[in-house]
Design a protein around this ligand. Sequence first.
Ligand SMILES: *[C@@H]1O[C@H](CO)[C@@H](O)[C@H](O)[C@H]1NC(C)=O
Ligand SMILES: *[C@@H]1O[C@H](CO)[C@@H](O)[C@H](O)[C@H]1NC(C)=O
Ligand SMILES: *[C@@H]1O[C@H](CO)[C@@H](O)[C@H](O)[C@H]1NC(C)=O
Ligand SMILES: CC(=O)N[C@H]1CO[C@H](CO)[C@@H](O)[C@@H]1O
Length: 286
Amino acid sequence: MQCFSLCCIPLVAMAPAHADHQLRLSFLVVVAGAAASALLLASPADAALPRVEHAPTKADGSLAILAVGDWGRRGQFNQTLVAQQMGVAGEKLDIDFVISTGDNIYDDGIANTSDPLFKESFSNIYTAKSLQKPWYLVLGNHDYTGNALAQLDPAIRKVDSRYTVIAKSFIVNSGIADFFLIDTTPFILHYWNNSKFDWRGVAPRDTYIANLLNDLKYGLTTSKAAWKIVVGHHPISSACGHGNNTELKEILLPVLQSSSASDERRWVEGMGWQVQDHPGQSGVPL
Ligand SMILES: *[C@@H]1O[C@H](CO)[C@@H](O)[C@H](O)[C@H]1NC(C)=O
Ligand SMILES: *[C@@H]1O[C@H](CO)[C@@H](O)[C@H](O)[C@H]1NC(C)=O
Ligand SMILES: *[C@@H]1O[C@H](CO)[C@@H](O)[C@H](O)[C@H]1NC(C)=O
Ligand SMILES: CC(=O)N[C@H]1CO[C@H](CO)[C@@H](O)[C@@H]1O
């Protein structure tokens, strides 16, 4: 197991359970803020969640991605500097695509698909050649406090064809890896007391979450990919300012645990998933 921690953002990468599935998966995690996480499960993937097929193009079947969260600041807060370095790293790695873990546009998402904030915070910032790849994105709480549907509108791809949010939760099938992009904002109870949140298509909370967890569980247990990576905006556990998210620990974590088919894996509090028998297999930190 490799556990990377950048700022206070955990990325827990788990090896595939089977040695013959050993393939290189490169991660560069760039996170500017405090709320993002990605978990990689080692269990055997998929169905009700909508999906995107993104076949790896490298001859050896390997996959290289960048993951970034908490970014859309019209270039300020060092966004432009980070974007330039992503361009350099993306070139070096020859990346297949970019994952965004949410809080895509500060402070309140975009008002509509022609909101100039979108170009100012995305298209005009991530201009490097290597970043002209699909971006698969989840929403964060900041994307939810305005028009939470605008980033999902297919019309956004007429503005920038890279911007792929086909649903609030969806799966990217990519050969050796299946990515489960999960909408975590509705889990967080105190947001429901804040009138700024746009719950269209979400409320009532309990039904939405129950359906999402069922879909996730089905996707994870039927996935045939060697790597299963669950991506969401909010971490389950974190030592940083935003702390732990009890709701995720209580209702999301058990689904991740029960969808993990092999007893070679176990969840270690504060450490994430551990695979006892395959210490050498992991994501490659950069
Ligand atoms: C879209 O949002 C922007 C920014 O709030 C606003 O200026 C513009 O009038 C909106 N356009 C439409 C078509 O609603
Ligand atoms: C939401 O507001 C109600 C009424 O003020 C309060 O009782 C409850 O504790 C709040 N819930 C959260 C999670 O903040
Ligand atoms: C978060 O959870 C961990 C593990 O359960 C615990 O050790 C830690 O004290 C918690 N942090 C906060 C701020 O509650
Ligand atoms: C080099 C640079 O632009 N640094 C900026 C990074 O972001 C902080 C916070 O906004 C600024 O204070 C720095 O000037």
